[in-house]
Design a protein around this ligand. Structure first.
Ligand code: DC
Length: 223
């Protein structure tokens, strides 16, 4: 079976892109690259540096200066990757609520997108990679041979997210998770659309294993 060098997976927050991307990459022996972590790392570094996130010029300038690396984990501690900013491991900070709240402000700045897209393209062009994000099929890797766009209803995404958080000390109610996701949908809308040649995968009711099986079928069909 011929496998494409780059597989792009795009879709809204909470659609299960990361779980699917990591599983598919492991199955194919490819690198798993979640591009959202670069926007998160930049947001974290900006906040740690005390920058005003509303200061577009300062944030764009930072994006051009800071070196963000995404690498496979150096030891087996359950992480899917290690993210370093100027050599410092920032992986565990990337899911902090303050990063979550502010990342979409940073991700809107054109200078930030230009710089991070350029870096993502460098990694993508090395090949054998599953890239996950919002604009991989349309902007970052429009040449990707296989593009998947996940569509999942807001309610299903909220249920899954709430399920993941159930073990935490103060799990938010599904309704709250649903509102947060709807807000993020609005903020991400500017980049989120399927490429003309993307395959749409509707994931309501599917497990990640089902989704991988579906993608493997598409690959087999292409020969
Ligand atoms: O996928 P995520 O939740 O980690 O994404 C974090 C933020 O970065 C979110 O606001 C969308 C944005 N993002 C983007 O604009 N383009 C990408 N390729 C990936 C993420």
């Amino acid at each position: 079976m011929h496998h494409p060098s780059v597989i792009a997976i795009d879709g809204p927050a909470g659609a299960g892109k990361s779980t699917l991307g990591a599983l598919l990459a492991a199955r194919l022996g490819y690198l798993y690259f979640d591009t959202g972590v670069m926007y998160r790392a930049l947001t974290y570094v900006a906040m740690e540096a005390g920058l005003d996130l509303a200061d577009q010029a300062a944030i764009e300038d930072l994006a051009a200066r800071v070196r963000i690396e995404v690498a496979p984990p150096d030891h087996d501690d359950g992480r899917q990757y290690v993210v370093r900013a100027d050599g410092v491991d920032v992986t565990s900070a990337l899911r902090e609520p303050r990063v979550e709240r502010n990342v979409s402000i940073v991700a809107r700045y054109p200078g930030v997108r230009r710089e991070l897209v350029r870096q993502q393209q460098e990694i993508g062009r090395r090949g054998r990679v599953v890239m996950v994000g919002r604009d991989i099929g349309t902007v970052v890797m429009p040449e990707a041979e296989l593009k998947i766009f996940l569509e999942t209803s807001l309610l299903e995404r909220a249920r899954r997210r709430a399920g993941e958080q159930r073990g935490l000390p103060n799990p938010p109610p599904v309704e709250q998770v649903r509102e947060d996701l709807a807000r993020r949908d609005g903020l991400d809308e500017h980049v989120l659309r399927p490429a003309d040649d993307a395959l749409i995968l509707r994931t309501d009711g599917l497990t990640p294993e089902d989704e991988v099986a579906w993608i493997m079928q598409q690959l087999a069909r292409r020969g």
